[in-house]
Write a protein that binds this ligand. Structure first.
Ligand code: ADP
Ligand code: MG
Length: 141
């Protein structure tokens, strides 16, 4: 599926619609450059899970856990990961194969440990269409 958004608000709403339909155990991978809108999308998805708490990028922790929504939400941002072993130290399998929803920003950096199936979301700018334009592709892998 391919969608286009023309504001952060639109990307937020797309995330929210997907969050509303999310099922326990589902994994979302987010791929896109810095500033593409991965965190904006994540904030919408969290809202769709009925999480009211503010979502920020878990820059120094790699994973941030939210328990207040319809189901647990595990928000990974692996941008600063140095070595894949850091994921083992975090105990990532408990999240990936648990009963909450997992979302991974910069998932391309940990490709080797991604599960067999997940929902891949790729966000791209295209400046020819303006600064706020984003092309968002969603695919079941
Ligand atoms: P990332 O997490 O991918 O690094 P962020 O979500 O933190 O990016 O930031 C995206 C930035 O781009 C925000 O400042 C947001 O307001 C801006 N923006 C402009 N247009 C869009 C759009 N269509 N979708 C998402 N964000 C947008
Ligand atoms: Mg981010």
């Amino acid at each position: 599926m391919m969608t286009e958004t023309r504001s952060a608000e639109e990307t937020f709403r797309l995330g929210m619609e997907i969050g509303k339909k999310a099922r326990p155990g589902q994994i979302f991978t987010l791929i896109g450059d810095l500033g593409a809108g991965k965190t904006v999308f994540t904030q919408g998805l969290a809202k769709g899970l009925d999480i009211e708490e503010a979502i920020s990028s878990p820059t120094f922790t790699i994973v941030q856990v939210y328990e207040e929504g319809r189901m647990p939400f595990y928000h990974f941002d692996v941008y600063r990961i140095g070595d894949i072993e850091e994921m083992d130290e975090i105990g990532y399998e408990d999240y990936f194969y648990g009963n909450g929803v997992t979302l991974i920003e910069w998932a391309n950096l940990i490709e080797e440990i991604l599960p067999e199936h997940y929902t891949e979301i790729i966000i791209e700018k295209d400046l020819a269409n303006g600064f706020d334009y984003r092309r968002i592709r969603i695919e079941e892998v």
